[in-house]
Design a protein around this ligand. Structure first.
Ligand SMILES: Cc1ncc(COP(=O)(O)O)c(C=O)c1O
Length: 389
């Protein structure tokens, strides 16, 4: 029998393809023509726009969320001898940031339904060495910030939020990234707002923002923006051994216009999410949990759980089948203890975190970009139904 893919090969639906407008293109070209490619006025504008959008006091743009997380660890005073509690259902960068700060990551399993870190599991993992909690608002759904806040206060712990999925996320009227001491965002190409690569740190504490600026640019006391302004030459003075984590104006040029469209893009993804939910209602798969009351979901990922016992097809076979239909998918994520480095270094076993293990082995993320056209959404639905039929 000949196999007929739902989409032709030359129309492969790339997972997470960004929606880039003419304004972004024109702004990048303008930056190139002016010649200010590195950190400059557009980064300053993007920081200000993002800070206003989130209602935070300070924003420091960097070149990735990974950099934002690493700097936040250092700013929070996390270092050798400290433990930081985070989720096993996350991208490796979350855990690596803790390791790069010299501290020890400790995992607390997720809630099976919300897929977010379970505050009671966090409580069980606290030791005298615990310095901070690093929650991830998975897929754009906010964590239980009231309970995490209570725990942090009781044990005098810092909270650093990984908001890579959570640009539009809100919890009880408050925006993600403003609960903790520091909030870290990603503008990677698949994210809800992109700068190609990029990240930002939010904080309400000026000394934290000042230190982030210094650490993000080699530890220099004044950045290239003020050094190369028209106020005359200024020496830079290195006050600590920093990093090369600054964002470029070319990146901010994209982000400024992406951020202007954050709301219509959110509405578009919400609509697709609801279409998927209706389309898959009768299938033997688990759809994402409804957003919690009093919260705003960022609709960053739409995930299905594929349980072979119910569908007759395993998750990995499903991924391959989608690929054969020329539809790109993602896996967010194989649980952290599945990776050899962490198993070998920390002796972690996936079975100790059964919820993250099961989700990681069954989850598949379907395309959910604002760029999707009606036909793309139709194709995804037809492919899923055909494969599971
Ligand atoms: C949960 C989470 N944390 C951190 C990161 C790292 O972000 P970046 O690629 O901007 O460094 C990602 C990126 O995919 C992520 O999904």
């Amino acid at each position: 029998m000949t196999f007929h893919p739902i989409r032709p090969k030359d129309r492969f639906l790339v997972f997470g393809s960004p929606m880039i407008g003419q304004e972004e293109i024109d702004e990048v070209v303008a930056s190139i023509k002016v010649g200010w490619l590195g950190t400059g006025p557009k980064v300053a504008r993007f920081e200000n726009d993002f800070k206003i959008y989130k209602g935070a006091s300070h924003a420091v743009a960097v070149n990735s969320c990974t950099a934002a997380l690493h700097l936040s660890m250092l700013i929070a005073g996390v270092g050798p001898g400290d433990e930081v509690i985070t989720t096993p259902l996350t991208f490796c960068a979350t855990v690596n940031a803790i390791i790069h700060a010299g501290a020890t990551p400790v995992l607390a399993d997720v809630d099976r339904i919300s897929m977010n870190i379970d505050p009671e599991q966090v409580l069980a993992k606290i030791t005298p060495k615990t310095k901070a909690i690093l929650p991830v608002h998975f897929a754009g759904r906010p964590c239980e910030m009231d309970r995490l806040g209570e725990i942090a206060q009781r044990y005098d712990l810092m909270i650093i939020e990984d908001c890579a999925h959570a640009i539009e996320t809100e919890y009880k009227g408050r925006k993600a990234g403003t609960f903790g001491d520091l909030g870290c965002f990603s503008f990677y190409v698949t994210k809800n707002v992109t700068t190609g690569e990029g990240g930002i740190i939010l904080t309400d504490k000026k000394p934290y923002a000042d230190r982030a600026k210094v650490l993000a640019l080699h530890g220099m006391s004044s950045d290239a923006w003020s050094r190369f302004s028209d106020q005359g030459y200024k020496h830079y003075l290195v006050t600590e051994a920093g990093y090369k984590y600054n964002m470029m104006d070319i990146q901010a040029a994209i982000g400024i216009h992406q951020l202007e469209r954050v709301e219509p893009y959110w509405i578009k993804r919400k609509t697709i999410w609801e279409i998927y939910n209706r389309a898959f209602a009768g299938l033997p798969v688990i759809r994402p949990a409804e957003p919690g009351p009093g919260t705003r979901h960022a609709y960053h990922l739409y995930t299905l759980l594929i349980d072979k016992a119910k569908t007759g097809i395993g998750r990995d076979e499903f991924l391959c089948a989608m690929d054969r239909h020329n539809i790109g998918t993602g896996v967010h994520y194989l649980s952290i203890p599945e990776h050899p480095y962490y198993r070998q270094t920390y002796g972690w076993d996936p079975d100790e975190y059964p919820h993250a293990r099961d989700i990681g082995r069954q989850t598949v993320s379907l395309p959910l970009s604002a760029k999707l056209e009606d036909q793309d959404v139709e194709d995804v639905i037809t492919a899923v139904r055909t494969i599971l039929a």
